[in-house]
Design a protein around this ligand. Structure first.
Ligand code: GLV
Ligand code: MN
Ligand code: MN
Length: 461
């Protein structure tokens, strides 16, 4: 006999084996390297699509390269969605993004096995190009889905080989013109829940299996170029040099010092990439290019910190006889997630007897873009030792299964809520003299269910 969904649990072994198959799609080298808008990323999306088709969903790829699997409900109408991303940073881990996407696969499998019919459709999404590692900009696929990227931006953002985002998209068969002009339609969605690994140590330290996110940090990303004077390392006296690397080294410490200042408590500043030219043992460095990533849950503090760091770096470079050029790569504000969707998740956790902690996210997530399309919540599962973006990244599959149990319960709750809102809207229409078409009824219902969210979305910094 088919088990009712309430007593059916996510299968930790199956989740782990699915996740491992996905992680195997990687470039050579330590950890997982599957960069945004590469053939390898598309192969991962194909595999996700294949698994979702087997789980009874119909699968399509949107113009931005996001793969969307739809599971029909009893009626058509605004869907509850879940999903995450399948690309990685250079030499990243097996769980960042992949955990949430594999949890989506597990949800689809569980619902099929338990023969659960939802009121309205469910959608499972693998987002394209979430990591900012290649193009500087995070959440490329979800940002396009939210209608927040212009066509020009796709030409302007380039990777370290000078390939633009638009060119990379074309190289994997996507059409950037279409991608920038075809956002998702909010009326098609009632809510979205992304599961992700925490990438911090709050849950691991507190020994709590699940986190529910209230706020996602923003980030200001810059590319800085220090230009000095290259010359012979033996022939040039120490005094009077314009050593671009010595200036850059001091500039890096300026960023660290400012973020450690108690006035900037909560700000995180990182220089993660630095290239020295000409890069020769026997030549004084003539130019250094480096990145700066400033993150905060307070958008004003984040931008003030970035401005102050750049000002102090300029002073360092001036004192050392070098020049500093600064280019903005990307800039996003922190996002407050709507409390009513979070309440549905925490109510589900209480119902299942799963202890949880409400916490903020220091990392960027597709959820922060999708929240502009439909009210969105996030579930975190613990990262061992708080490590992420490294091959050692680890989440216990049993804890991923607990998070998946919470995900499926939350989606079913949100589905019931969206169906009730749809029924109410239909009743209202039937009793008003100028009744709209059934399609418009769906649209209104979804707007009704957005109302709680739009208030919260107004909170976005
Ligand atoms: C995504 O992982 C980010 O860089 O925050
Ligand atoms: Mn991620
Ligand atoms: Mn990441």
């Amino acid at each position: 006999m088919t088990q009712p969904i309430a007593t059916r649990k996510a299968d930790a072994d199956r989740l782990w084996s699915t996740l491992r198959s996905m992680a195997a799609l990687s470039e050579d080298g330590p950890g997982v390297s599957r960069l945004a808008y590469t053939r390898l990323e598309r192969r991962a999306h194909d595999l996700f699509g294949q698994w979702m088709t087997e789980a009874g969903c119909s699968v399509r790829v949107d113009p931005a390269g996001n793969t969307i699997a739809t599971r029909p409900g009893r009626a058509d109408g605004p869907a509850v969605g879940t999903g995450s991303h399948l690309d990685s940073v250079y030499n990243g881990g097996r769980f960042d993004g992949i955990a949430g996407t594999m949890a989506a696969v597990e949800v689809a499998r569980l619902l099929r096995e338990a023969e659960v019919e939802t009121e309205l459709p469910l959608r499972f999404v693998a987002f394209a190009g979430e990591e900012g590692a290649r193009f500087g900009q995070a959440c490329c696929g979800s940002k396009l889905a939210a209608g927040l990227s212009s066509r020009r931006e796709l030409d302007e953002r380039c990777d370290r080989d000078g390939i633009s985002l638009a060119e990379a998209m074309e190289s994997v068969g996507l059409d950037p013109d279409l991608a920038a002009s075809t956002p998702w339609c909010p009326a098609d969605w009632s809510a979205f829940v992304e599961l992700h690994v925490e990438q911090g140590s709050v849950l691991d330290s507190a020994k709590i299996d699940v986190g529910v996110v209230d706020l996602i940090s923003g980030s200001t990303r810059l590319e800085l170029v220090v230009t000095g004077r290259a010359s012979h390392s033996g022939g040039t006296p120490m005094r009077g040099r314009a050593d671009a690397l010595a200036a850059a080294a001091e500039a890096v410490l300026v960023a660290e010092r400012l973020a450690l200042d108690p006035r900037h408590r909560g700000t995180r500043a990182t220089v993660g990439r630095l290239t020295v030219e000409p890069g020769s043992i026997t030549t004084i460095p003539g130019a250094v290019t480096f990145s700066l990533d400033v993150r905060d849950i307070d958008a004003d503090r984040q931008r003030r910190a970035a401005t102050e760091i750049v000002g102090r770096m300029r002073a360092v470079c001036l004192r050392r006889g070098t020049r500093l050029a600064v280019r903005l790569l990307a800039d996003t504000s922190a996002v407050v997630l709507p409390d009513w969707v979070r309440d549905e998740v925490t109510d589900s956790a209480n119902e299942l007897g799963i202890p949880y902690r409400v916490l903020t996210s220091g990392a960027s997530h597709d959820a922060q873009m999708i929240n502009r399309v439909t009210p969105t919540a996030m579930i975190f599962v613990p990262s061992r030792g708080g490590l992420s973006h490294v091959p050692e990244e680890w989440t216990d599959p049993a804890k991923l299964a607990v998070g998946t149990d919470l995900l499926v319960a939350s989606m079913l709750r949100l589905d019931a809520r969206a169906a009730a809102a749809t029924r109410q809207a239909t009743t209202r229409q039937a009793t008003t003299p100028r009744a709209a078409t059934p399609r418009a009824a769906g649209t209104r219902a979804s707007q009704a269910s957005h109302a709680g969210g739009s208030e919260s979305r107004g909170d976005q910094a």
